[in-house]
Design a protein around this ligand. Structure first.
Ligand code: ZN
Length: 295
């Protein structure tokens, strides 16, 4: 069986950042792993193979209770027939076709770098995808390497978080290819997924994606606010396979609450609707030969 390495999610946001992606944990060992297993320290080294290794499963019950949560149901096994990106007809992906009660988490931008969030994710082993903006993360790439080393992908959310529609194609390409180069160097693998700032894009964006080797635009169906989810659909409920946007935000943007408070609430909203979290990359089949570059 194959593993899919990358994925990305988008973030859009009206304010400053973007959300976080979710990924799915592997099915094994739900209750068996110790809660706080030390993980590889962040180093300048890219992860092995430049590709995150799948976590073996969620943290154990004690780990969830440490963060005020009930243990989360394990994610189902990864699908044998992941969605072929080349087969997607829309210019974006907002959900993955599935009957499983799973959603995918994405965390955007990178402004908040709360060490407790790393601790939380080491404990819980919840998969997610990071759509990072270089300006927000460049003072501390190491923080995001630690999260990557937990098995979470780093994807492209531009250099400066500019509204792409304000730029011509060459300008968009600088934002997107520039982040590709930075992240390939800093994280050991060039992103394959793209999320436009504010969810704002046009035809030039699609051309620039191709030129920069980005395979899919990942948007979202629900957006985590300070305490609750905001849904795009009128029924205000999660549906199988939806992608959720969250952001690396801290007390300044969360009315005094922390990134870990917000994440705990996000997980509760998912659990109370009978869902669990899966790894987006496991549900995507990437093109094996990315476009060379965009002339
Ligand atoms: Zn953003």
């Amino acid at each position: 069986m194959m593993r899919w390495s990358t994925l990305g999610v988008l973030c859009v946001l009206v304010v400053s950042g973007c959300a976080a992606p979710a990924s799915s944990p592997a099915p094994a060992g739900h209750e068996s792993a110790p809660a706080s297993r030390p993980l590889p320290a962040p180093s300048g080294q890219p992860a092995a193979g430049a590709r995150p290794e799948a976590p073996v499963g969620f943290g154990n019950a004690a780990a969830f209770r440490k963060w005020g949560l009930e243990p989360m149901a394990p994610a189902p096994a990864a699908p044998r027939d992941p969605l072929k990106i080349s087969s997607v007809r829309d210019p974006w992906i907002k959900e993955i076709p599935t009957d499983e009660r799973i959603v995918f988490l994405t965390f955007d931008d990178g402004n908040e770098k709360d060490p407790r969030f790393i601790e939380m994710m080491r404990d819980l082993r919840i998969p997610f995808t990071m759509f990072l903006t270089d300006d927000a993360v460049k003072k501390d790439y190491g923080y995001f390497r630690e999260l990557r080393d937990l098995g979470n992908s780093v994807e492209n959310h531009t250099l400066t978080h500019t509204d792409l529609k304000s730029l011509d194609q060459a300008g968009q390409q600088r934002e997107m290819c520039g982040a590709q180069e930075k992240f390939a160097k800093e994280f050991g693998r060039a992103p394959r997924l793209f999320r436009p700032p504010f969810g704002s894009w046009n035809d030039d964006t699609l051309a620039a994606m191709k030129a920069c080797g980005l395979q899919a635009m990942v948007l979202w169906r629900a957006d985590m606010g300070i305490e609750d989810l905001e849904y795009q659909r009128a029924d205000r409920r999660l549906r199988p396979g939806q992608i959720i946007l969250a952001h690396f935000r801290g007390p300044k943007d969360l009315k005094g609450r922390s990134l870990t408070d917000m994440t705990a609430d996000l997980l509760r909203r998912i659990q109370e609707q009978g869902f669990t979290v899966a790894r987006l990359e496991d549900y995507l089949a990437f093109d094996s030969t990315p476009p060379a570059d965009g002339s």
